[in-house]
Design a protein around this ligand. Structure first.
Ligand SMILES: NC(=O)c1ccc[n+]([C@@H]2O[C@H](COP(=O)([O-])OP(=O)(O)OC[C@H]3O[C@@H](n4cnc5c(N)ncnc54)[C@H](O)[C@@H]3O)[C@@H](O)[C@H]2O)c1
Length: 311
């Protein structure tokens, strides 16, 4: 069985990946600095957690000392997009430098497969369905630009070292244990204030995928793809769900009436792509389709997050 190294493995998607796919692998190394990840123990003794900040190269290989690594899943990044808007260093360090350092780790262990969690944010703001061949790409957030820079670094690395690279472009991913995102944000605001202040006027409309389906799709693509550099949208091709609909579904969970206040802009924050829809022909033609629509994914995640928060 292949040994794998997962960066950001203590986070939302990393933990779901481990829960669903760890039986496919031998030893599992997790690197996380726990800046956003959850400090909950992992149950299996084949998992080794290395607490390390991947933006620091200094002494990296003193701290990261694995036996053999065959495959990398690189999830570590800044997932708090607004924090990267306030400070340009946040995404440069936690999204781009972490990728360069993970490439150095891949080089050291001579891995032959590298999987990367990219994002719809690399595309920028378009009024047509986002297809992998679209370009020139014009991200509108530091997060999106550092994901795109990471993709570029991985392309040249994969070509030069003959490492197969999967670049998965995710939509908004929902489920538990959420560490960030619109649903968690809404529940936290209601708990704090008793009402819900929505960023933007609620017309923002995006594509969502449940985390369990995301993991299933990545696993499927990883087993099927035979491209050296495989860039692929993972998600739904429906029209998405609006922020207003999400807000209304969230407040329905409460017995008492929760007032919703909307902002004025048609975006949530500067750098927020207000509307996007994925073209998923490449994924569908490979043979994978989601079972849940964007709406159903969000509805399920609202239940899961509500129950987990014990509200
Ligand atoms: N959740 C989504 O909707 C979504 C959408 C598009 C792309 N992605 C990408 O998927 C990946 C996983 O996202 P997530 O939702 O699980 O976020 P998350 O914040 O829960 O997980 C990211 C993990 O990376 C760790 N990390 C951050 N900076 C680090 C550093 N410098 N060194 C070591 N570890 C570091 C965090 O502690 C965290 O555990 C990220 O790359 C994210 O950009 C997520």
């Amino acid at each position: 069985m292949n040994n794998i190294l997962i960066t950001g493995g203590a986070g939302f998607i990393g933990r779901n990946f481990i829960e669903l796919l760890s039986s496919n692998y031998g030893k599992i190394y997790i690197i996380d600095n726990f800046s956003l990840g959850l400090r909950e123990a992992f149950s299996s003794d084949k998992i080794k957690v290395i607490e390390f900040d991947l933006k620091n190269e200094f002494k990296m290989f003193d701290e990261i000392d694995c036996e053999e690594v065959h495959e990398i899943w690189h999830f570590a990044a800044n997932s708090d997009i607004p924090s990267g808007i306030k400070n340009i260093n946040v995404d440069f360090e936690n999204t781009f430098i972490t990728t360069l350092n993970t490439i150095k780790i891949a080089n050291k262990y001579k891995v032959k497969k590298f999987n990367f969690a990219s994002s719809s944010a690399v595309y920028g703001d378009w009024d047509i369905a986002l297809k992998e061949s679209l370009g020139p790409l014009k991200p509108i957030s530091n997060y999106g630009s550092m994901k795109l820079a990471s993709e570029a670094a991985l392309c040249s690395f994969g070509f030069k070292e003959e490492v197969d690279i999967n670049i998965f472009r995710f939509p908004n991913v929902v489920g538990v244990p959420a560490t960030h995102g619109v649903i968690l944000d809404f529940f936290k605001k209601i708990k704090l204030n008793g009402f819900l202040d929505v960023l933007g006027n609620g017309t923002q409309k995006k594509s969502y995928l449940h985390v369990k389906e995301l993991i299933s799709a990545m696993n499927f693509v990883n087993s099927k793809s035979n491209e050296n550099i495989n860039i692929i949208n993972i998600g739904n091709n429906d029209d998405g769900i609006t922020v207003k609909e999400i807000a209304e579904l969230v407040v329905k969970k409460y017995d008492n009436e929760i007032k919703i206040n909307y902002g004025e802009n048609d975006y949530g924050w500067i750098g927020d792509v207000p509307k996007f829809k994925f073209n998923t022909d490449k994924l569908n033609n490979l043979g994978w389709r989601p079972e849940l629509s964007s709406h159903d994914s969000v509805e399920l995640a609202i239940d899961e997050i509500f129950n987990r928060l014990n509200l």
